[in-house]
Design a protein around this ligand. Sequence first.
Ligand code: CA
Length: 302
Amino acid sequence: MVAKGGPLTLRCSSRTIYLLVDSLQGKGASAVLLSTALALALLPLGCEASPVEHGCASDQDCPPDQQCNTGTGRCEYECEAAEDCGIGFACKEHRCVFECLGGDLQCPDPDGMVAICGTFCVDIYEASRPDATGENGGTDETMATSRAGVIPWFTGNPTLMNQTAAEAACQGAGKRLCTVLEWRAVCRGPDDQTYSYGDQYDPTICNSIDTYCHCSPYPGCYESCSADFHDMPTGSFPDCTNGFGVFDFNGNVWELVATADGVSHYRGGAYNCNNPAKLHCCDYDATWNPLAKGFRCCADGR
Ligand SMILES: [Ca+2]
């Protein structure tokens, strides 16, 4: 009933309460005694104590139909009603589902963006610096561009991709960062698939850790024969797309999406991910500061 080291989860009236006991972890014998006494005191009130159950850190810690509120550490339904999702999305079975509104939409960058069902515009390619080439990512950070054949704008060090800087780069092009719902909807594509290109992971379609194996590429080949994995210029994989006509949503570099919870959320996986079959999924939400962090811009359109 009492966890070693002190931390406990107390369940009261069917709601899980993450109490101070978690903060007592590693605080020694007095913390153990305090949390034990607290648990015993609450038992007559209908609470039950169980070993520590830390709050969620990402959607992967939650049941399939819920997502992680990283601010509270609790798993929640994505929506209760359509207004929780925004224009272009319906709430079905507690999940925001994209609905194609149809109609014309003028995008601010017609050559670099596509209009998604008359609802919003998205960059066809991962963001790149204006002076990026096929060999160099460039240094000009005045705005983000959406171009084929250039090294994407990404950071490969432990530093987070700065959301403010990414937003400013998109704004420099008359755009904004994609929201998580927009990003997921475009990634899953008009056929609502696990990856932009289908429902089965395939290392030959997008740029993954298995793409440049020392043996023929197949899922998991990096583990068995190793690989010379590396980033690639945008749009290098012609089949890494879907019916919306966008590229590299899965793999190459992670893509920062706009959120308001103060936590950086990255999507799509990258060229250097272990377990790409999982991390490249359109639904996978990375909040653990992966390497190879880039972004992509969207726009409201007119
Ligand atoms: Ca990507």
